[in-house]
Design a protein. Structure first.
Lengths: 129, 129
DNA sequence: ATAAACTCTCCAGTAAGTGGAGTGTAAAGG
DNA sequence: CCTTTACACTCCACTTACTGGAGAGTTTAT
């Protein structure tokens, strides 16, 4: 199938699919007369896999790892689980940071009248060394 | 003062400070004989302001906005508060997304034995259309 | 005088695409 | 068969916010 259909069926943009092909994440055949990429069902499945993994916050490189684990019929589930647990702990760290940030910002916002006067505890906090 | 000292006092790297100078976020004078940047106390204060705002997740562009609001003695606190509230709501969205992601990933991880066998519900979920 | 420490500019690269120009190909309508 | 429209191609530049390194000049300390 052409790139447009592959993109639609994997919920990716054409640009993104082309990018994935450029970096070798998928390897569609090329119609030698038209120069159009030809995506097989396997290529499509791969794109769908990548799209999901990206949604799960896996990086492109991690997607590659997952894909190779996926296509390795003798792989163990250990590695996949380890990668997933690592992701979860990254997310946990990020959650803590963001919550902390939110706290600080809402504290500042609550103390700022937000009126037409120049006094602003937010700016004061930013300029306070 | 030289860039090294300015960087140290603002908790930024020399590279980062140079970058901020390159994009015009700070405008240190230049010693015409040595070519070294010369940071005044005001420049330093500005760097410290930026460093804090960046920690608060404000983008470079938002830092510029905040800086101009900061140096405008007739500004109102309204704009600053609005920007801050916007940031908070962005953070809230991000928090929801991340929590959801964490949920899904931990569900998958919990159902994966993580042993030497090839069965892996994580990969199954990724490949499931 | 020399060595270490600091600074400079410039170029390239990072992640993961996005946007656009200019051009070629395929499918549908008349 | 011809034309229009939709789709595809490549290539280059841009995005964010830096970071790394090369090669060269400057300042400070010994």
């Amino acid at each position: 199938m052409n790139i447009g259909k592959a993109a639609k069926l994997s919920n990716l943009t054409v640009k993104t699919v082309r990018y994935y092909a450029d970096i070798g994440l998928v390897k569609p055949l090329k119609n030698s007369s038209s120069g159009y990429r030809d995506f097989s069902e396997d290529d499509l499945a791969q794109l769908q896999f990548i799209a999901k993994a990206r949604k799960f916050n896996f990086s492109i490189q991690e997607c590659e790892e997952l894909l190779s684990l996926y296509s390795d019929k003798n792989r163990s589930s250990k590695e996949v689980k380890a990668l997933t647990l690592e992701k979860i702990s990254e997310i946990d760290t990020k959650l803590i940071e963001l919550k902390d940030l939110r706290h600080q910002l809402s504290f500042l916002a609550n103390n700022c009248k937000g009126n037409d006067r120049p006094e602003c505890p937010i700016l004061d906090a930013l300029s306070d060394v």
